[in-house]
Design a protein around this ligand. Structure first.
Ligand code: AVI
Length: 329
């Protein structure tokens, strides 16, 4: 059975399967148990995340969008500084938010080269189709790579500058040391005059933060629990998702929302494809995600530590979200 499964997988799918198996073995053998948040984003998880971004409680997406809608022109002008701008994005396109920046670049220079960067070529194909259909004037050049291990892109041509987008509070899913390493890797792949646009969620009242990760419709709970379905499907697991419950909490000391899956009962979960099993005590949790919230000035500090020169920070009227431009000097 194991051999059969292997033989029908493409080399890329095999690499993903291997990566999932390694992450699960390491994470569920650890104490406390944990799983990395990239595991959320299978097909069903990506759809659930897209629903999350529309939830009334999940203010992040719409707040960042409002900042971009108001300031896209200034962001593009500051990044370009009179040169021709190409726009790279870490992650395969955040749809309508990216569109605001691409449209501002087109308004300024007539056309734009958009380089979405992702490990998943299927996610990039989908982003390319969507962008080319929706925004005439954009030329899309996919970059298939894992940007968490550095950004190895062609240098921009003479008279060009590159703006890298890392928006959507994605950096918030990394702890401060990892975030610094990741941005240092991005910086290492850039050239003088290039820049990075970084979107971070800001600390606010606990009740607002908690509601965003504990929505009334239960979509975030479904997103968290979907991880167990994924492991059942991909690793031959026998998780009973009803035996786990979603929990989101605000960790004030670490300035982060944490998501966990809590085992309701004492139970053993088997993974046929790993020839392995793991025990859970009643109440034991799997820590599935951190979402760091920044205080004013911290995003700029992070940019500086990663080797960027913070240029401008744009926020909304309530100071709920910040978008910072960091420049390579
Ligand atoms: C993708 N990332 C920035 C989201 C966040 O808010 O940390 C993922 C998410 N998790 C639960 N809801 C949304």
């Amino acid at each position: 059975m194991k051999e059969m499964t292997r033989s029908v997988l493409s080399p890329t799918a095999e690499r993903v399967a291997e990566r999932v198996a390694l992450a699960v073995r390491a994470g569920l053998a650890a104490q406390p148990k944990r799983l990395p948040p990239w595991l959320f984003y299978d097909h069903a998880g990506s759809r659930l995340f897209s629903q999350i971004t529309e939830l009334p409680e999940y203010y992040l997406t719409r707040t960042e969008r409002s900042i971009l809608a108001e300031h896209a022109g200034a962001m593009i002008a500051q990044a370009a500084q009179g040169a021709w701008l190409r726009i790279a994005e870490l992650g395969a396109g955040s749809a309508d938010k990216t569109r605001l920046l691409l449209a501002a670049a087109i308004a300024r220079q007539g056309t734009v080269l958009y380089e979405p960067v992702d490990v998943s070529s299927s996610a990039l194909d989908a982003a390319q189709k969507r962008i080319e259909r929706e925004i005439p004037g954009v030329r899309v050049a996919q970059r298939v790579l894992d940007y968490t291990h550095g950004l190895d892109l062609d240098p921009p041509q003479a008279g060009e500058r590159r703006l890298v987008l890392y928006i959507g509070s994605s950096v918030g899913n990394f702890d401060p040391a990892e975030a610094k390493q990741l941005l240092k890797g991005v910086r290492a792949g850039l050239f003088a005059g290039d820049s990075l646009l970084l979107g971070v969620d800001l600390v606010k009242e606990d009740s607002l933060l908690l509601a965003a990760y504990n929505d009334a419709a239960g979509i975030t709970a479904a997103f968290n629990l979907n991880l167990l379905d994924r492991l059942n499907r991909e690793l031959g697991g026998d998780f009973n998702p009803d035996a786990f419950v979603h929990r989101a909490l605000w960790n004030q000391a670490e300035s982060r929302i944490e998501m966990h899956l809590v085992s309701r009962i004492s139970q053993r979960v088997r993974f046929a494809r790993l020839h392995w099993a793991v025990d859970f005590a009643a109440g034991e949790t799997i820590h599935t995600e951190n979402s760091y919230k920044y205080r004013p000035g911290q995003a700029e500090e992070l940019l500086t530590k990663a080797g960027f020169e913070p240029a401008t920070t744009w926020t909304d009227a309530r100071d709920w979200f910040a978008v910072c431009l960091g420049r390579v000097e």
